[in-house]
Design a binder for this molecule. Structure first.
Ligand code: NAP
Ligand code: ZN
Length: 352
C-alpha cells in the first residue's frame, strides 16, 4: 500500500479539499497510472453532495472522478497489454466478476458484481474505491483502455464517461445516416452526443434552455437548434424523431419530448436527476413509443468509441482547470456555465 494525493469531500456539505488516500501496490494483473487529466462529470457533483442517497448513498471521504487519462508507471507481472510509459485511460468501472453472462457478452456495466471507480466497496483494501481526482490509480488491466496517439489528452479524458455514455445508446438504437436524432441538454454529455450523432450521419437537433449556446451547437455539428422553453418551436417537431437522447441533470418535463417521437421512436434517458420524473403513459401508447435508460457502456465498446474518436479526431471541448478550482467549477456546472467539460490538469495537485 502507498499514499496518493487526492481531493476529497468529507461530507455532503463540505467542499472538496486536498488529502491523501491509500492505493494498493499493483498486483499481478494491475496497471499503475500517473493521472494527467480527469474530467468533471455532473455525476461527481451528484455523488459528492449525496443527491442520489436513495440509490447510491455516498460514503465519506469521497474522492470522485471517472474520466481518467494518464501514463503507465508500473505493471504487474501478468499484464500483457501495457508497459510503463504507455498512455492509458480508466472510466467508470474498475472491476467485474468476468464470468457472468453480462461480462461474457462484454456488458460489464450490467454485472451484478461490478465495481464502480469511486464510492463502491473496494475488494482489495476494504472501504470504498477512490476516483480520479488524484495523482495516481491502480486498476486491473481488463479495465484499462488504450488511448489513440493523435488525440489531445485533456479533451480525451471526458470520453471515458461523457463519450461512452452517449455513444453506447446511439449504437444500440441504430443512429445512422437518414435518422432524425434529438439531443436534450447541451452540457458535457450533450455536446459529445451532438458530435457522435453528427459523425454517425444523423440529422441532429439540439434542445437547449440556453439561447446563448445556439451558435456553439451548430459548430459542434447540430443541423438545427430548438430553444426548448419556446412552445411554438417545439410544436414544429411533433411526431418526427427516430431517437432522442436526454442528458439533462435536473428536473424537467420529459413528456414534451415523448410527443416529438415518431411511431416506434425511442427516448433514452442518460441524465440522472435526483427526483423521479412524471411520465404521461398516453405519450407512450400513442405511437407505440418507448422510454428507456442507459448506463455508461462495456469495456469493448468503450475501446471501440475511443478508436472511433481517434479515426474522426473527436475529443471533448474542454476548459482545463487546476484542481484548486474544482469547487468553483461545481458551482458553474450548476449554472450550465461550462463549455463543455471541465478537465482537471492533475499536475496542479503536486502543489498541495
Ligand atoms: P452538465 O454538463 O451539467 O449538463 C447538463 C445540462 O442539462 C446543462 O448543460 C443544461 O443544458 C441542462 N440543464 C441543466 N439544468 C436544467 C434544467 N433545470 N432544465 C432543463 N435543462 C437543464 O452535466 P453532464 O455531466 O453532462 O451530466 C448530465 C447528466 O447525466 C447528469 O445527471 C449525470 O449524472 C448524468 N450521467 C449519467 C450517466 C449514465 O451512465 N447514464 C453517465 C454520466 C452522467 P442546456 O443549457 O443546453 O439546457
Ligand atoms: Zn460520469
Amino acid at each position: 500500500m502507498y499514499k496518493a494525493k487526492a481531493y476529497a469531500a468529507k461530507s455532503e456539505t463540505s467542499p472538496l479539499a486536498a488529502t491523501t488516500i491509500p492505493r494498493r501496490e499493483p498486483t499481478e494483473q494491475d496497471v499503475q497510472i500517473e493521472i494527467l487529466y480527469c474530467g468533471i462529470c455532473h455525476s461527481d457533483l451528484h455523488q459528492v453532495r449525496n443527491e442520489w442517497k436513495e440509490v447510491m448513498p455516498t460514503v465519506y471521504p469521497c474522492v470522485p472522478g471517472h474520466e481518467i487519462v494518464g501514463r503507465v508507471t508500473k505493471v504487474g507481472a501478468g499484464v500483457t497489454k501495457f508497459q510503463p510509459g504507455d498512455l492509458a485511460a480508466v472510466g467508470c468501472m474498475v472491476d467485474s466478476d468476468g464470468t457472468c453472462p453480462e461480462c461474457k457478452a462484454g456488458l460489464e456495466q450490467f454485472c451484478a458484481n461490478m465495481t464502480l471507480t469511486y464510492n463502491f466497496p473496494d475488494k482489495h483494501l476494504g472501504g470504498v474505491t477512490y476516483g480520479g481526482y488524484s495523482d495516481s490509480i491502480v486498476v486491473d488491466e481488463r479495465f484499462v483502455l488504450k488511448v489513440p496517439g493523435n488525440l489531445d489528452l485533456a479533451g480525451t479524458a471526458p470520453l471515458l464517461c461523457a463519450g461512452i455514455t452517449t455513444y453506447s445508446p446511439m449504437r444500440h438504437w441504430g443512429v445512422t445516416k437518414g435518422k432524425k436524432v434529438g439531443v436534450v441538454g447541451l452540457g458535457g454529455l450533450g455536446h459529445m452526443a451532438v458530435k457522435f450523432a453528427h459523425a454517425l450521419g444523423a440529422h441532429t437537433v439540439v434542445f437547449t434552455t440556453s439561447p446563448g449556446k445556439k451558435e456553439d451547437a451548430l459548430r459542434l455539428g447540430a443541423d438545427e437548434v430548438v430553444i426548448s422553453r419556446n412552445a411554438d418551436e417545439m410544436k414544429k417537431h411533433v411526431g418526427s424523431f427516430d431517437f432522442i437522447l436526454d442528458a439533462v441533470s435536473a428536473e424537467h418535463d420529459i413528456n414534451a419530448y415523448l410527443q416529438l417521437l415518431r411511431r416506434d421512436g425511442n427516448l433514452t434517458m442518460v441524465g440522472a436527476p435526483e427526483k423521479p420524473l412524471p411520465v404521461s403513459v398516453f405519450g407512450l401508447i400513442f405511437g407505440r413509443r418507448s422510454l428507456s435508460g442507459s448506463p455508461i457502456g462495456g469495456i469493448a465498446e468503450t475501446q471501440e468509441m475511443l478508436d472511433f474518436c481517434g479515426q474522426h479526431n473527436l475529443t471533448a471541448d474542454v476548459e482545463v482547470i487546476p484542481i484548486q478550482k474544482v469547487n468553483e467549477a461545481y458551482e458553474r456546472l450548476l449554472k450550465s456555465d461550462v463549455k463543455y467539460r471541465f478537465s482537471i490538469d492533475m499536475a496542479s495537485l503536486k502543489a498541495e
